[in-house]
Write a protein that binds this ligand. Structure first.
Ligand code: UTP
Length: 406
């Protein structure tokens, strides 16, 4: 798109500020700016505002298969799961495109050393569980790793330097997630340089569209992959392609499933699996009213107790039948460094919005979801912060509790 066409486009969306330094730029920078602007989907900004105001349906509690129920049928589920993995029908998808701002490091979160006396990265930790399952099934299932344009090079380099953690390199496939613009509170897209708008990772809800866009549908088709186990990078006890989980999902006939833990306390900051107008959905912790957050059933348990841990199994067939463009956009209030009056500003408090779609919103589109309780101490050690709650410290304690040498 040339300068005149870009100017017209920006005028249509009220974003003319993006060209305010154009005359100061050299030819290369002018080209970069015009092509970066061309990549921006301005409709996201408009859509996000209407999505934010959307009313939710009637929220009611959802049931889960308890860890006790799972134990009763463990052998049967495990066999079903192993057979499915062995037949190549399951692949894993690692969501590693986040910026990990709370951890406070520019490096990809998965490269963080969780070891104490030895080196053990978060990626390494998770790859160990992948290798265990692959060995048990006698089949090295595919692993798709979603990165962002901010951490793609560093992530690939780390995998290569670590010799792919002893997993066959040709079974690991990287792809970059999409971007969305970051805006001021009055919805004007920021510039990070005079010749470059701020484009940030567009949330973890775009994983399937980005995987397909990267051309990996061919691998899914070629190898008959029917299920995708999506998991987050920031849980060092994450069990990946867990055969029991796979087996329980297959047996249920549901189009997707999610691992859940009993919330530790009403105020714990995890999304809760619920029903919305009778259909499965996830309600974020900040969306629950105080009354719902604290409600207890006759047995004294939290009524809304099933916290999700970002470990889901999705049916590929169902994914292909739904329109992922229906995912709502969320506004995240963040600190966004940008150019103001010609100089770089590093804000100390949130000054703008990033736009994200979320994997949790896919559950509703999938139509049916089996919630499977797992034992928190064995499977949920989130690394969000450096210290305190859900931190490097708490995750290390939980790893030790599970016999992992650090
Ligand atoms: P979080 O919601 O914890 O976000 O991600 P984050 O960016 O990693 O961390 P903070 O909030 O900045 O501290 C949950 C999972 O979703 C992935 C993350 O990598 C993590 O596995 N994610 C998040 C993406 O893959 N892409 C995104 O755009 C956002």
């Amino acid at each position: 798109m040339d300068y005149e066409a870009t100017k017209k486009l920006l005028a249509e969306h009220g974003q003319e500020q993006l060209l305010q330094y154009y005359d100061e730029l050299d030819e290369g920078q002018k080209k970069t700016l015009l092509s970066e602007i061309e990549r921006i989907d301005f409709s996201v900004i408009e859509r996000a505002s209407s999505d934010a105001g959307r009313a939710r349906g009637v929220i009611t509690p959802a049931d889960a298969v308890t860890a006790e129920d799972i134990d009763k049928n463990r052998a049967e589920y495990e066999k079903l799961g192993i057979d499915c993995i062995k037949a190549g029908k399951v692949a894993a998808v690692l969501l590693a495109g986040g910026q990990g701002t709370r951890l406070g490091s520019d490096a990809p979160k998965g490269t963080f050393n969780i070891g104490i006396d030895r080196k053990l990265s978060i990626f390494g930790c998770q790859m160990n569980t992948i290798k265990e399952v692959a060995a048990k099934a006698g089949y090295a299932f595919h692993l798709f790793v979603m990165t962002s344009r901010l951490n793609d090079d560093a992530t690939k380099k780390f995998f290569a330097e670590n010799d792919y953690f002893g997993y066959p390199a040709d079974r690991i496939h990287f792809f970059i997630q999409g971007v969305s613009p970051a805006c001021s509170h009055d919805k004007k897209v920021f510039l990070e340089e005079k010749y470059r708008p701020v484009l940030t990772p567009n949330g973890n809800g775009g994983w399937y569209s980005s995987l397909v866009e990267a051309g990996y549908k061919d691998i899914l088709k070629r190898d008959g992959v029917e299920w995708l186990n999506v998991y987050s990078v920031d849980n060092v006890l994450q069990k990946i392609c867990d055969p029991v989980f796979v087996g329980a999902t297959l047996k249920s006939g549901c189009a997707c499933s999610g691992k859940v833990v009993k919330k530790a306390a009403p105020e714990e900051k995890v999304g809760v699996l619920c029903k919305e107008d009778g259909a499965p959905t996830i309600v974020e912790y900040y969306e629950l009213s105080d009354e719902m957050r604290n409600a207890r059933d006759a047995g004294g348990e939290l009524t809304y107790r099933w916290g999700v841990i970002l470990n889901y199994l999705f049916s590929v067939k169902k994914l292909d039948s739904i329109d992922l463009r229906d995912l709502p956009y969320h506004l995240a209030d963040k600190k966004v460094p940008h150019i103001e009056n010609g100089v770089k500003v590093e804000p100390q408090s949130p000054n703008g919005y990033k736009y994200e779609t979320l994997v949790v919103d896919m559950i509703k589109l999938m139509g049916s979801c089996l919630a499977v309780e797992v034992v928190r101490e064995r499977e949920f050690a989130p690394v969000k912060n450096r210290t305190g709650v859900d931190s490097v410290d708490s995750a290390r304690e939980l790893l030790k509790l599970n016999g992992v040498e650090l």
